[in-house]
Ligand binder design. Structure first.
Ligand SMILES: Nc1nc2c(ncn2[C@@H]2O[C@H](COP(=O)(O)OP(=O)(O)OP(=O)(O)O)[C@@H](O)[C@H]2O)c(=O)[nH]1
Ligand SMILES: [Mg+2]
Length: 298
């Protein structure tokens, strides 16, 4: 009997949701950085485990949003949870029960949906801290199951996969067995560039940036030419992104091209263009370009 179901991974920013998705899927599908609010939209990872197809949904971290962009991100996270057969609350065990985690549990508590607790980053925690944290969280939400793991080094991840394979409902598979995700290559290209912006710039620059693929052209030799625009909110951010003599944008392009070549499994010619566009983070069209719904339109 085949099984298939959506499993949404929700949690505070920086809990390690994208790292866990990539680890479980065995491929880099969702971008990761040490900075909070890296993921901006839902990312699907398709995982085959015996007869089961687990449709993992990575979501943006949930926090108190202000900008339209932030509100759209948080809405996408909750929609991911509401559309799923099962929700995994991922908690950074070292950070513990923060106000952000508390706020998420308050909302999860009200749902009748199946919810599991997963404590992450056990590689940087003391064992003694894990049980009291589990207890505190169980006092807030009725979790069906609890797992402890390290998404970074993989410890404990196979147990979670096996349990999810048994827990998703019976039913036909929704995707071909060898698909890894449904993310279009154009969006993957923009994301790999945005990841480098998150890794190579600091303070407000990553948050002032959005990335869109303008053109994606296959060449006769099997390689692909990709033109990407990086929008920034302010002139100062543009100067930082370009760097002295173009050094920063060059470094961003080099790293992104390598990651993208691996993701697409072909030679990539990547061209980056930086444009200033103040207020992009309040623009519905910029949000739709990355697959987010405008939170101010019903
Ligand atoms: N030590 C350790 N670090 C981890 C682990 N899992 C993730 N990290 C690190 O935590 C940071 C955040 O990881 P992400 O996967 O981007 O976190 P996220 O929950 O997707 O974050 P947002 O997309 O911003 O909500 C990165 O620096 C990861 O390398 C883990 O198990 N152990
Ligand atoms: Mg993420």
């Amino acid at each position: 009997m085949t099984r298939c179901g959506f499993v949404a991974i929700v949690g505070a920013p920086n809990a390690g949701k994208s790292t866990l998705l990539n680890r479980m899927a065995g491929a880099k599908l969702s971008i990761v950085s040490p900075k909070a609010q890296t993921t901006r939209f839902r990312v699907l990872g398709i995982l085959m485990q015996g007869e089961a197809q687990i449709l993992l949904v990575d979501t943006p971290g949930i926090f108190a949003p202000r900008r339209k962009l932030d509100r759209a991100m948080v809405a996408a996270a909750w929609t991911g949870a509401e559309d799923a057969d099962l929700t995994v609350l991922l908690v950074d065990a070292r950070a513990g029960l923060t106000d952000q985690v508390r706020a998420i549990t308050a909302r999860l508590k009200g749902t009748k949906r199946r919810t599991w607790l997963v404590l992450n980053k056990v590689d940087i925690c003391t064992r003694e801290s894990l049980l009291p944290l589990t207890q505190e969280l169980h006092d807030l939400v009725r979790f069906e199951e609890t797992y402890m793991l390290s998404a970074a080094n993989g410890d404990g991840v196979s147990d979670l996969i096996a349990a999810l394979a048994a827990a998703v409902p019976p039913g036909p598979h929704l995707y071909p067995a060898d698909d890894l995700t449904d993310i279009p290559d154009r969006l993957m290209a923009a994301e790999m560039v945005r990841e480098q912006v998150f890794l190579q710039t600091h303070e407000e620059v990553p948050y002032g940036t959005t990335v869109e693929t303008e053109s994606f052209t296959e060449r006769a030799d099997g390689s692909v030419r990709i033109d990407v625009t990086i929008y920034v909110a302010r002139a100062g951010q543009k100067a930082i992104l370009i760097g002295d003599g173009g050094s920063k944008i060059k470094a961003i392009g080099q790293k992104a091209r390598i990651a993208l070549g691996q993701a697409l499994d072909r030679t990539v010619h990547l061209f980056l263009n930086v444009k200033e566009r103040s207020g992009w983070d309040e623009e519905g069209a910029r949000l739709r370009a990355i697959g987010l719904d405008d939170p101010d339109r019903g």
